[in-house]
Ligand binder design. Sequence first.
Ligand SMILES: NC(=O)c1ccc[n+]([C@@H]2O[C@H](COP(=O)([O-])OP(=O)(O)OC[C@H]3O[C@@H](n4cnc5c(N)ncnc54)[C@H](O)[C@@H]3O)[C@@H](O)[C@H]2O)c1
Ligand SMILES: CC(C)=CCC/C(C)=C/C=C/C(C)=C/C=C/C(C)=C/C=C/C=C(C)/C=C/C=C(C)/C=C/C=C(\C)CCC=C(C)C
Length: 614
Amino acid sequence: MALFSNSPSMAELGFRTSNPTKHFLHSHGFQAKRKVPRSQKCKISSLRAIGSVGSSSSRCGYGDKLIVRSSSVLNVENKAVERESGGGGGGGGENYYDALVIGSGIGGLVAATQLAVKGARVLALEKYVIPGGSSGFYERNGYTFDVGSSVMFGFSDKGNLNLITQALAAVGCEMAVIPDPTTVHFHLPNNLSVRVHKEYSEFIAELTSKFPHEKEGILKFYSECWKIFNALNSLELKSLEEPIYLFGQFFKKPLECLTLAYYLPQNTGDIARKYIKDPQLLSFIDAECFIVSTVNALQTPMINAGMVLCDRHYGGINYPVGGVGGIAKSLAKGLAHQGSEILYKANVTNILIDQGRAVGVRLSDGREFYAKTVISNATRWDTFGKLLKGKDLPKEEENFQKAYVKAPSFLSIHMGVKAEVLPPDTDCHHFVLESDWARLEEPYGSIFLSIPTVLDSSLAPPGHHILHIFTTSSIEDWEGLSRKDYEEKKELVANEIISRLEKKLFPGLLSSIDFKEVGTPKTHRRYLARDKGTYGPMPRGTPKGLLGMPFNTTAIDGLYCVGDSCFPGQGVIAVAFSGVMCAHRVAADLGLEKKSPLLDAVLLRTLGWLRTLA
Ligand SMILES: NC(=O)c1ccc[n+]([C@@H]2O[C@H](COP(=O)([O-])OP(=O)(O)OC[C@H]3O[C@@H](n4cnc5c(N)ncnc54)[C@H](O)[C@@H]3O)[C@@H](O)[C@H]2O)c1
Ligand SMILES: CC(C)=CCC/C(C)=C/C=C/C(C)=C/C=C/C(C)=C/C=C/C=C(C)/C=C/C=C(C)/C=C/C=C(\C)CCC=C(C)C
């Protein structure tokens, strides 16, 4: 069984939208050099208030999107033919791009759209049939499932850190969102139950009611997170590898920049231990970190914790009406509206190097595309291990691979269930670790559960809910099995996980299943083209916060990376930031942004040296 469908026609089907009741007007768009004409704005769907899930209506049908996409695909294919018959090529012309982007995950799409609005001509090449990667979607039996992400940070209407909102706004798109009143409901050992309410004061009241003796420690720890969040939120976010911007920010906001520089090499667990002594509360902080970093607090960079532990209360977690897949669809559509293109079923197998510089890519079907710059949204392991095969691993990548390993993948269960199995007021996201804190980071130890239909019932047939259940799992567990054994093992492991949820949360769950599809790490590897199906990088030992994380430039001229194996790491909002940073650095190198070669050399060398300290 496949987690995704291979059928483009399935992917082209729009998703249902709902009654308009609330708009998030995105007032913090990036300073696009080229304004999107009003007629080209892609308003994605109508909006609704929390819980009021009504009938479907769309103010921007996906019909026009379909036309845009198929015509741009045709366009690109024609150009490819031109090139194969001698036109274009590395020397310029129609077929020569400013940037090629390998992959259309959120990281790749944000880099591509940001560059396009700065005036660059971009071609994104996606192996699969729809955009989004792990933020894509698929449809089965009337259900619209999010492939991965359902917890959306950075999707509010305020501040500087609403990077998803801003990325959409930059290409003239806005999406309706449904605020989630509870980011996550933790169900932890010793029957510790904590709901992370959107309202910060309610969350603190709930946590301190469970740990009254640690009230002061709790307040001090989370206050330190706010220091970071407020500093981040005060900056204009661009490439930390571009000196004119970076020095400008230090000049405008010295205190905030120094605050961030101070926390850059620090980890969350060390700071929590300054204020908190109760081992169970420290384990709770571990769980808070684990759900966003797949490691405990001692290994989670404090800047990342500051970002996520506060954004959920500041802008809140907001779910896009119609499902997460709409974000990538909108960005892809926005890219086309900017005159750039996206080509699907385009499996890049090689990055072409000429005299030490990345000059283009070759696809599995032999087609070649050329550009001034190449941006890879494949993981750094895939980029340097597969797309540049035969080349020596640059020292910087060796250092990265010494410091970071591939996090395990996931076993994912997408289910449709009868609505009556969920008690009233069930929260949208849950994290379950039943009895033993030591199992937090073990494969299958803890269970993530998202029920997006709690917020948007249009994603399932009437009277039904979607349950997306996932738990960490390694690919080694699933290799070397016959087809029959593989299928049987999927069934067995999935049923064990579902039974655990039945026991802990929802009696009668097994018998309420209407639809079930199980994906393993092999599924993730196959459909997301991620080595071992990895969820992203995780530190091999105790990192120096974010200091060791590479940014977007690489040791190869003209080649950049974007996505979760770049600063600041895993997470949809994190890869969106990586996309913004990447586009800014590439634009400077293309002459579309200010640049100082001398300062560049100094900064890039200093950053390279700083990373060796991590
Ligand atoms: N919030 C959540 O619940 C949740 C869940 C899952 C994933 N995520 C996040 O999403 C992040 C990943 O985003 P991302 O943008 O880095 O990457 P991604 O893996 O989502 O997307 C990469 C894209 O590149 C394509 N690709 C890879 N190699 C290719 C090649 N050789 N040729 C053509 N296309 C190729 C893939 O098909 C995919 O579409 C993860 O870090 C994770 O944190 C979040
Ligand atoms: C350069 C130098 C040296 C210095 C300078 C200083 C400065 C200025 C600095 C600055 C910095 C900055 C700007 C930074 C930034 C950062 C950021 C933005 C970050 C972000 C982050 C984010 C993140 C990490 C996120 C994440 C998330 C995630 C992962 C999510 C996930 C989720 C999930 C999985 C779900 C769950 C579920 C359930 C429970 C069901």
